[in-house]
Ligand binder design. Structure first.
Ligand SMILES: [Cu+2]
Length: 112
């Protein structure tokens, strides 16, 4: 069977869907915005070696990024307009919260 226009359309749709699952793949740096007491997006998937940059876009509120568990690490307070980065060197599921606002939660899934 010769590939017709429909085949190409189907491939384009499939490619688009795969891209939507992990839009961060293939990039060296990913940004997470902090706004209205939320991490946006709250969940991201990145490859090992990716740097994640958290940007506080609030007008007044300071936040932090605190990873719990063994080997936990955290930022200091990130003031409005400031940012903080961390590079993920090991695969795993990393959950985090904000020290001043523990109800603010996020997750970084690091794949191979
Ligand atoms: Cu906060």
């Amino acid at each position: 069977m010769k590939p017709g226009p429909m085949t190409f359309a189907a491939i384009a749709i499939l490619t688009g869907m795969l891209g939507a699952v992990s839009p961060s793949f293939g990039e060296d740096e990913i940004q997470v915005t902090i706004a209205q007491r939320r991490f946006v997006p709250a969940r991201i998937t990145v490859r090992t070696g990716t740097t994640v940059r958290w940007i506080n876009s609030e007008r007044r509120m300071g936040h932090s990024v605190r990873f719990s568990g063994p080997g936990g690490f955290q930022s200091g307070i990130i003031l409005p307009g400031q940012n903080w980065t961390h590079t993920f060197d090991k695969p795993g599921i990393y959950t985090y919260s904000c020290a001043p606002h523990p109800d603010m939660r996020g997750m970084v899934e690091v794949t191979e």
